[in-house]
Ligand binder design. Structure first.
Ligand SMILES: *[C@@H]1O[C@H](CO)[C@@H](O)[C@H](O)[C@H]1NC(C)=O
Ligand SMILES: *[C@@H]1O[C@H](CO)[C@@H](O)[C@H](O)[C@H]1NC(C)=O
Ligand SMILES: *[C@@H]1O[C@H](CO)[C@@H](O)[C@H](O)[C@H]1NC(C)=O
Ligand SMILES: *[C@@H]1O[C@H](CO)[C@@H](O)[C@H](O)[C@H]1NC(C)=O
Length: 301
């Protein structure tokens, strides 16, 4: 009789400990990297997200980073509903700070392209040698082969920025390059173009006259796959608080649940646990200690 009672208590305590400590601690794939939410197709580590994005977007020390052959760029935000990644390039020039840069390029074989709202202003170009500037027959004047519409307004406004004017950059050596002109390989090699630096910006349409309110960085579009379909399995997994991942020799889909358990479907089984232990899970440490104290007392009776 006595042993049966202790056994019941032991089992109860084991279950309670399991329920309160197992979640959150053992989940391999996280849904946050620093302040940035991480969802499919991105992942916080090996086996998380979609394997095709694994080497392009990584989470290192709580910093989500975008990687191309030209460098590593901090990701400041991701708009999942519009499928846009916002990255900054520490080497680019802004209204506040100008600096030399080598450029910015995407990998031609990666599932990314520049967002249409991204504007690239190439600064400090050598108009005599740069292939984007053409001299006329008499070598008297140069006519940029750059966007002369709203593009030249970007240059004018940028030129009014203190940092840019301090550089002594002439408006005529600025060229606005729209992403489509970067060619199929999305390559912006400033050395080849004979330009010293560049500014990447978005938000020009909203505030055309105020370069200080432009957002400096690069907006990048991504696609899930050829049909740009969100995999239904993954959608279900995320709905049940799981994180999508892959495993095995064929990179098969796995749903990484909060408890650390992987399933091939979703984590709805955890909702049952959650219901029964919501009190413990959601309470702060004090409440949990209270419960523990009660249990210990109960054991000793
Ligand atoms: C669950 O899947 C993740 C991602 O593939 C993997 O890193 C982890 O080891 C798996 N966990 C278990 C318990 O199999
Ligand atoms: C994503 O972008 C759209 C359109 O710009 C905006 O309406 C929406 O609020 C954005 N979503 C997030 C989560 O920022
Ligand atoms: C035009 O100027 C460039 C660079 O200054 C020079 O190399 C080239 O020979 C000139 N062309 C003519 C036709 O004068
Ligand atoms: C457990 O329930 C709480 C409150 O309803 C909810 O916020 C949380 O996401 C749930 N956790 C899991 C693992 O289902």
């Amino acid at each position: 009789m006595v042993t049966k009672m202790s056994l019941t208590k032991l089992i109860t305590i084991s279950i309670l400990l399991f329920l309160s400590f197992s979640p959150t601690t053992s989940q391999t794939c996280k849904n946050m990297c620093g302040p940035v939410p991480v969802k499919y197709p991105f992942g916080t580590g090996s086996g998380c997200g979609d394997p095709r994005f694994q080497t392009r977007v990584t989470c290192n020390n709580q910093h989500l980073t975008f990687i191309t052959h030209t460098g590593c760029y901090p990701i400041t935000d991701i708009n999942y509903s519009n499928q846009i990644i916002f990255v900054t390039d520490p080497s680019m020039s802004t209204c506040v700070c100008t600096q030399p840069s080598k450029g910015f390029s995407l990998d031609w074989d990666a599932p990314f392209s520049f967002h249409d709202d991204t504007v690239f202003a190439l600064l400090n170009c050598d108009v005599s040698s740069s292939p984007i500037f053409k001299s006329d027959r008499n070598n008297h004047s140069v006519s940029p082969v750059c966007d002369t519409g709203s593009g030249s307004r970007v240059c004018e406004r940028l030129n009014n920025c203190q940092a840019v004017s301090r550089l002594g950059v002439l408006v005529s050596t600025c060229c606005v390059y729209t992403p489509v002109d970067l060619g199929p390989s999305f390559e912006m090699d400033l050395q080849k173009l004979s330009c010293g630096s560049y500014s990447g910006l978005y938000g020009f349409k909203e505030h055309p006259d105020n370069p200080e309110s432009w957002k400096y960085g690069v907006a990048i579009k991504y696609k899930f796959n050829f049909n740009n379909e969100y995999p239904p399995l993954c959608a279900n997994c995320e709905k049940s608080n799981g994180v999508c991942g892959y495993d095995g020799p064929y990179n098969s889909f796995v749903c990484n649940c909060r408890s650390g358990i992987n399933t091939t479907t979703d984590c709805s089984f955890e909702a049952t646990w959650n219901g029964s232990s919501r009190f413990l899970r959601n309470s702060d440490e004090g409440l949990w200690m209270c419960a523990l104290a009660l249990l210990v007392t109960w054991m000793m009776v």
